[in-house]
Design a protein around this ligand. Structure first.
Ligand code: ZN
Length: 446
């Protein structure tokens, strides 16, 4: 009975027009039975731990302090005994201190610009780049892209992993890449249309900027070839997804990654759009209670912790991502066996505490996008008045009643009291890549 219902109501999985079966980039890996997957994970975990211990002083020191040797890792459960790695470890060992290979053996470096101080530097061997390209190709296919598609890549090229990560993955899939990078939005609209892009890669906020510019130029991208958007590199809400899907006429798919682990392609939604498949043959995923550090049960929210299983240059042992998610190992309609991460609603670091209420920018976003006559562009301004933090929401609207409506809905749905400043259409700065959602004007702690 249940099976019949599931079959009837399961989300439709689109098959490739030229084949009758669902399309996988690497069917054997993506549909590997759990038992075989765990065997592979354990073998790779043991090799990674040994590499890290032998070649990285930080990992060796931490393991020794915990009384652990690589041979003590005998089962996947032993992962829990290993010490965490933090983002600050990368900064403290700037630039190359966590690399397990000599610099001369690396074929590429990437770096993320820290808001304060030194950037976070990551490195790749030739094999790491090849692995990343095939995981990104797998992610593209999982999202619905196919060999032969035109992929318009509006992720920024450069030290940021988004641009080159998507680029190599799309090429590996067999797609035709348009290496556009961010900016020149009018030109983006023209090329998406004229080159017949079927797939768009961008941050969700920049995708919205593209939609807005297209509408202003009178170019209806809903009538273009665009069918799939791979959007990531910033947290976004379900409401934002619906908004983008409607305005660009495509299926908006969430993709996740972080440079410390690899870059984009660590996890991605399939066409069921019900959680992101994390590629478990290359990464171990845990969700922990951020305060106690203890693992939480599947389905419970907590901080995502990732261990790399195949990275040569920069193996990561139990890296604390600061991203809040939930993990499920339930079967997915698409046939892939890899665990799914529920959509990441925010990063611990992005959480604002306003008069004792925890607020993620994506929660405010969800409220704003649901309101008639309010543009989906916003910024949150946090200031300190006396000893209290005050939140001001800047929105765009032509409606004189917008201020009170926004204040009321944010109060009732998010539970926080905020001031609202209504700006004229076009006055909130538009995203060129990663959107600036919060302007924090509080004095910096000394
Ligand atoms: Zn799936």
């Amino acid at each position: 009975m249940t099976a019949v219902l599931q079959a009837r109501y399961a989300p439709k999985i689109h098959t490739h027009p030229r084949t009758s079966r669902a399309f996988f980039f690497d069917r054997a890996a993506e549909t590997m039975p759990r038992g075989a997957l765990q065997k592979l994970q354990l073998r790779r975990l043991r090799a990674t731990v040994k590499e890290a211990y032998d070649n990285v002083a930080l990992h060796r020191g931490r393991m020794e302090a915990a009384g652990l040797r690589p041979r003590d890792v005998r089962s996947l459960e032993d992962l829990r005994r290993l010490p965490f790695t933090l983002k600050s470890d990368l900064r403290d060992h700037y630039p190359f201190g966590l690399f397990a290979r000599p610099r001369a053996k690396l074929s590429r470096l990437h770096a993320s610009s820290g808001t304060t101080g030194k950037p976070t530097v990551v490195g790749y061997t030739h094999r790491d780049i090849a692995t990343w390209a095939s995981l990104m190709a797998r992610s593209f296919a999982c999202a619905g892209a196919r060999p032969g598609d035109v992929v318009h890549n509006a992720y920024g090229y450069g030290l940021f992993t988004g641009g080159l990560g998507a680029h190599y993955g799309a090429e590996r899939l067999g797609a035709t890449v348009v290496p556009m990078s961010g900016g020149s939005t009018e030109r983006q609209v023209l090329l998406i249309h004229d080159f017949g892009a079927r797939v768009l890669c961008a941050t969700p906020s920049y995708a919205l900027n593209i939609a807005e510019v297209a509408e202003r130029e009178g170019a209806d991208l809903r009538k273009s070839q665009l069918a799939i958007g791979l959007f990531g590199a910033e947290p976004w809400s379900e409401a934002m997804r619906r908004e983008i899907e409607q305005r660009l006429g495509l299926k908006a798919v969430d993709i996740y990654g972080l440079s410390e682990i690899m870059g984009p392609g660590v996890a991605v939604e399939c066409e069921a759009q019900d959680g992101l498949h994390g590629w478990e043959d290359h990464f171990l995923f845990e969700v922990i209670d951020p305060d106690s550090g203890r693992p939480v049960a599947d389905g419970q929210a907590g901080e995502l912790v990732i261990t790399t299983l195949t990275k040569q240059a920069l193996p990561m042992i139990r890296y604390r991502t600061r991203d809040i998610t939930r993990l499920t190992r339930e079967r997915c309609a698409c046939g892939r066996t890899h665990a799914r991460l529920k959509r990441i609603t925010g990063r611990n670091d992005d959480m604002l505490i306003i008069r004792g209420v925890n607020v993620y920018p994506s929660q405010i976003e969800a409220v704003l996008i649901g309101l008639e006559g309010i543009a989906p562009h916003y910024q949150l301004v946090v200031e300190r008045r006396g000893s209290l933090d005050e939140l001001t929401i800047e929105v765009e609207s032509a409606d004189p009643g917008a201020q009170e409506r926004v204040r009321h809905h944010v109060k009732s749905m998010v539970g926080v009291t905020a001031a609202v400043r209504v700006l004229k259409p076009g006055e909130v700065p538009r995203s060129q890549g990663k959107a600036v959602r919060v302007r924090d004007l509080r004095p910096k702690a000394s």
